[in-house]
Design a protein around this ligand. Sequence first.
Ligand SMILES: Cc1cc2nc3c(=O)[nH]c(=O)nc-3n(C[C@H](O)[C@H](O)[C@H](O)COP(=O)(O)O)c2cc1C
Length: 409
Amino acid sequence: MELAKKLLLPCGTILPNRLGKSAMSENMASKDHIPGLKFFNAYSQWAQGGTGLLISGNVMVDSQYRGEANNVVIEKGCNNHKELKSWACSCEGTESQLWIQLNHPGKQTPKFLTKVPVAPSSIPLKSPLDAMFNQPRELAHEEILDIIGRFAYAAKICKETGFHGVQIHGAHGYLISQFLSKHHNQRTDEWGGSAENRLRFVREIYKAIRHEVGPKYPIGIKMNSADFSKGGFDHEEAIHVAKTLSDLGIDLIEISGGSYEKPAMTGSPIKESTIKREAYFIEYAKEIKAKIACPIMVTGGFRTREFMEESLKKRELDIIGLARPLCINPNFSNQLLSGEDVVSEVKPLSSGIKIIDTIFPLEIIWYTMQINRMGENKKPCANASVYLAIFNTALDTGMQSLRRVRGKS
Ligand SMILES: Cc1cc2nc3c(=O)[nH]c(=O)nc-3n(C[C@H](O)[C@H](O)[C@H](O)COP(=O)(O)O)c2cc1C
């Protein structure tokens, strides 16, 4: 069975099988960005569930700029190393590996968290998102260097606290993909303009991390196959970025797509040919894989064992990335590996009211609620109400806004 085969990464690490949990923001750290027992509980369930590679939800490299209020942060002066060590222990007794996904949100940080976000250029998100996200200011050269240093520092701490690897979040419209995009990056200095210049930010982040962690520590990246917005980051450029990072020695490239403006990552249809097959980005990933040496993980839409096996057999990818299926069934990988013909129960979510579905990112908030259940050592609940997730989010957002008004965060 292809799914059960081990995978050797360029750095020498061996992954125990071909199943990877893709990053899902847990949003359950304390207000001081500390990952408590809930993280250990959730990741223990996933590790027991047989998935060979577990990638954490995005961990921020700057507490001033977070995607969500309760993200974990790793930065100088952040006193959470003891808790990080405990979280890193959640895979003990299993073969699973736990990597931390490192991120900076750039302009994708909501108004109630950040008054003035930062970005390569001062270009706001398009309507209707501009109602929820403030216009960013352009980063200065020294600030860009500071952020590169933050990624490297955070990776060093991940290694020291016992995590098995790190993944750079270069996808979904966050800061790194803002730098890569012609639309979001309209700088005229060495960080913008040509494809080579727009690529500089992520390349320097990779090099700085490698310098800190050494040649034997796994470093991956999640990147877009394209961002699917007019004049943005296209597929030809994605191939070039993947090839550059592969040639530099990166260990794993995970392919996804989209941004807050075009949420293709959770299956918002892109074009007819991409929805014909089970996995949203596989056609793009195949083209990337043909041109690079480093292993490829593809995430988005995998639901059946048959299709996963077929994709691996055809050498279209090396690791199957799973996110939502593991939120409602943390044991899904064990079932797949035992040869059961299981099909994930992931279904489209709707409140039944169009305007509510537009305002609330149901695919995110409903699954975050499931991760929180896992954090409380409960089993996920596939029948949980969408309205409960909406209520929790509205309450949380209200509380955060209130804190900001009172100057407490
Ligand atoms: C609740 C939730 C949180 C997510 N958070 C992240 C994240 O922190 N980083 C990331 O790269 N992708 C994130 N994603 C996207 C997933 O990693 C994945 O790309 C997407 O859900 C498609 O995979 P799936 O069809 O297997 O769910 C998130 C998705 C969900 C549902």
